[in-house]
Write a protein that binds this ligand. Sequence first.
Ligand code: AMP
Ligand code: MG
Length: 297
Amino acid sequence: MTKKLEEVVKQYRVTEGRLFRLKEVDPDDRGGLKISKKQAGTTLQEEWIARLAELQEKLYAQDQWSVLLIFQAMDAAGKDSTIKHVMSGINPQGCDVHSFKVPSEEELDHDFLWRTTKALPTRGRIGIFNRSYYEEVLVVRIHPDILARQRIPETLVTRSIWKQRFEDINAFERHLARNGTVIRKFFLHVSHEEQRRRFMDRLDEPEKHWKFSLADIKERERWDDYMRAYEDMIRRTATPHAPWYVVPADHKWFTRLVVAAVVVEALEGLKLAFPAVDDDKEKELARARSLLADEAN
Ligand code: AMP
Ligand code: MG
């Protein structure tokens, strides 16, 4: 099982976008895993989340690398629940989740990378972005009035603006990578039909009503535009140091397994270890031990 999932996730990784086609990833795909939903839940908990928890302890103790996980998706693709499940086993002290909504006045007064930059994880920590600066080439691209609200000087807003944003995002991520931030980006790819079903569920269940707004239906009407924007975004910003994972999202159990396996793999690649204890430290520990022992006498 372990081996298999590690193999499975590779097919969703995009490190070089030029040839990427969104059509080639089926949202209904389950990677050929022949397991039940229940087994998937057990494996997630007992195997992947357990490994993740161990790796995170070392990441924190070593205090050198930071990890940035970016989640993008259409509404109801499962961003929130994936984050909740995959991160459930890790120490909250070593992990921050930031959700980026419609920008505030203060945020609009700055460049588009400002608000996310402030939220980046420090060394030793895992930072999760639930939406991110990638909204700047998605929702902002689809709604010109949102771009207008940014008050960028007119002469700077040209046809090249999206190309420029891709360049700036790539430069920014390269900079982060060069400074010790490990970046993994997830596009949870849900189908149009599955989104409809999940919206219906939200309407049918009173506990889910807060999650619903008519605006979600408006965005759904722009589905094809969004898919084009997502594809272009992945094509232009997938790199070896900041790969995109296009994760089939019609089956939540599968999405969670893939995300967990990707994060485990990323952390394992760092060869993390608890900091070695030097001679001075050994002496300090011995001294502490004898002081405590003396107390007991
Ligand atoms: P949700 O996370 O579904 O509650 O909604 C957050 C909303 O904020 C979504 O409709 C996003 O499209 C929107 N949003 C996030 N980032 C930006 C941005 N940079 N500019 C405009 N809208 C954004
Ligand atoms: Mg929403």
